[in-house]
Design a protein around this ligand. Structure first.
Ligand code: ATP
Length: 482
């Protein structure tokens, strides 16, 4: 029997206990909403990055990758609208002095109501947000009698906007310094390199530029473990298209990205699309792919039709032409399409949220009790291609030459996939430890191995065991990784 309900606290402690994710600066009591990835977390992260990169860049002839700097010219954030618009409506409680994002406060309140009433309140809230009606939002909070979870009072300030960008100083002497921002999204690094990549890569529209990198947001209420962090990683792709074709491409990328999610082995019913009612200042269509996290359906990826907003703004602010010359013939006019600023479809997925998604999906507590004995295990049922360790190599004992055989096997497999060697503890304990790390295959080397070259291979999910020849182990694992 397995349980997957409301298990966020269990996942958080499992991640810490087994070396996946630690609170940042823990020995100094931590830093709120910042996390460090441990030895297994970093492998999981790398495998997810590789999977995304492969599917976006290697599998599309017309998509290339870049790695732009985190620091960028401050005017970029003026042009992109982040200096003026990258803010969330917040409200403060005068008694607790706590600040809340208005949508989070209302969503938290709604969680305890029946579904129909809750949906009506969320619809009211979205309408007010779409009109930037701050007085209306305050009235909604007051009329619903929403209390501050800390002070338990309704003593609220007015609703105000707070910018989410972190700023810092460039230059060592204060007078010479210039305010710059830690990028709140990786997208702008792609836009400002649009022409560099297009020209040097001789890219023809439609084409895309992909990037994986850190982003920073001074989230006022950061919660949900690695769901909402102040420093996080995004995997973004901007796809440049001919104006007028953006609707088709938007639908194309919605479908393509959903296929990627389903290929993680996560069932369809755990995902849903959520169309934006309030469109960002740059978008003509937008939706989220939401996953059913332990705390309910929440955004894991955004797909946005960003129009020509960003490139037009950069053309305006930088005074450099952001145009593309399209020499394809327009059938309607019989002439080349000529110069234009391309439209953009963006796919933007949070790497850390993806990690939380696969952890939530993989984390399973199984009761293995029999009439004779009580037993249980925690197993992370990761898809094999993203599991941090693919194969554990376990000599039954160190002596009698078993360790040497195990090391030989380790050497022949390690250049193909990540293997883990362990000779301490009983085999049963070692298996359980590997289950907890999500290792799909364990092989045990015993005295029979010395005689006939066979090993016991144990499968994580079924816990079944069989004997195969040592020379076939690499093949079995590699086949399963495809
Ligand atoms: P939210 O509404 O949850 O704040 P958003 O709509 O502002 O997210 P986008 O700007 O569309 O998010 O960013 C794209 C992706 O980056 C999101 O789908 C999410 O996976 C990830 N992301 C955004 N903010 C954070 C954060 N603070 N911590 C972790 N991941 C984040």
């Amino acid at each position: 029997m397995s349980t997957n309900q409301n298990n966020l606290p269990a996942i958080i402690s499992h991640c810490k206990e087994y070396g996946f994710i630690f609170p940042s600066s823990e020995i100094y009591d931590g830093l709120s909403a910042v996390y460090d990835y441990g030895q297994w977390g970093v492998e999981l992260k790398k495998n997810i990055k590789d999977l995304w990169w492969k599917s976006m860049v290697y599998m599309h002839e017309n998509i290339v990758g870049i790695d732009s700097a985190i620091f960028m010219h401050p005017t970029i954030w003026k042009a992109s609208g982040h200096v003026d618009n990258f803010s969330d409506p917040m409200i403060d409680n005068l008694d607790s002095k706590k600040r809340y994002r208005v949508d989070h406060l209302i969503e938290g309140f709604v969680e305890n109501l029946d579904a129909e009433k809750g949906a009506q309140i969320i619809a009211d809230m979205e309408l007010l947000l779409s009109k930037d009606d701050f007085d209306g939002l305050k009235n909604l909070i007051v009329n619903l009698g929403i209390k501050c979870p800390v002070s338990n009072t309704c003593n609220w300030t007015n609703v105000r906007q707070f910018n989410l960008m972190f700023s810092t100083q460039l230059g060592s002497v204060a007078e010479e310094s210039d305010t710059i921002y830690l990028r709140p999204e990786t997208a702008q690094g792609i836009f400002v390199n649009f022409l560099n990549v297009q020209k040097t890569g001789r890219m023809k529209i439609p084409f895309g530029i992909a990037q994986i990198g850190k982003a920073f947001r001074n989230e006022i209420v950061a919660r949900g473990f690695i769901f909402r962090m102040r420093e996080f990683e995004q995997m973004e792709m901007q796809f440049f298209v001919r104006p007028g074709t953006q609707k088709e491409w938007y639908e194309h990328w919605k479908e393509t990205r959903m296929k990627w999610h389903l290929a993680l082995g996560i069932p369809q019913e755990k995902y849903r699309f959520h169309d934006h009612v309030k469109l960002a200042h740059y978008a003509d269509a937008a939706c989220d792919i939401e996953y059913d996290f332990p705390m309910g359906f929440k955004e894991v990826e955004g797909i946005h039709s960003r129009t020509d907003f960003d490139l037009t703004q950069h053309q305006l602010y930088s005074k450099k032409k952001m145009q593309y010359f399209d020499n394809d013939i327009d059938e309607a006019t019989g002439k080349a399409y000529g110069n234009y600023i391309p439209y953009v479809i963006e796919t933007s997925i949070g790497l850390d949220r993806t990690i939380l998604m696969v952890l939530s999906e993989a984390y399973t507590e199984e009761d293995l009790s029999t009439a004779e004995k009580q037993d249980s295990r925690v197993v992370l049922k990761f898809p094999i291609k993203i599991a941090p360790i693919k194969l554990a190599i376990l000599p039954l004992m160190k002596k009698d030459g078993l360790a040497e055989i195990a090391k030989e096997l380790m050497q022949s497999c390690s250049e193909h996939f990540f293997c883990f060697y362990e000779e301490k503890d009983s085999i049963g304990k070692r298996y359980r430890r590997m289950d907890a790390l999500g290792t799909p295959f364990c092989v045990t080397i015993d005295h029979q191995t010395k005689e006939d070259g066979t090993v016991t291979i144990r499968y994580r999910d079924s816990m079944e065991q069989e004997r195969i020849h040592m020379n076939d182990v690499k093949e079995v694992v590699m086949k399963a990784m495809l």
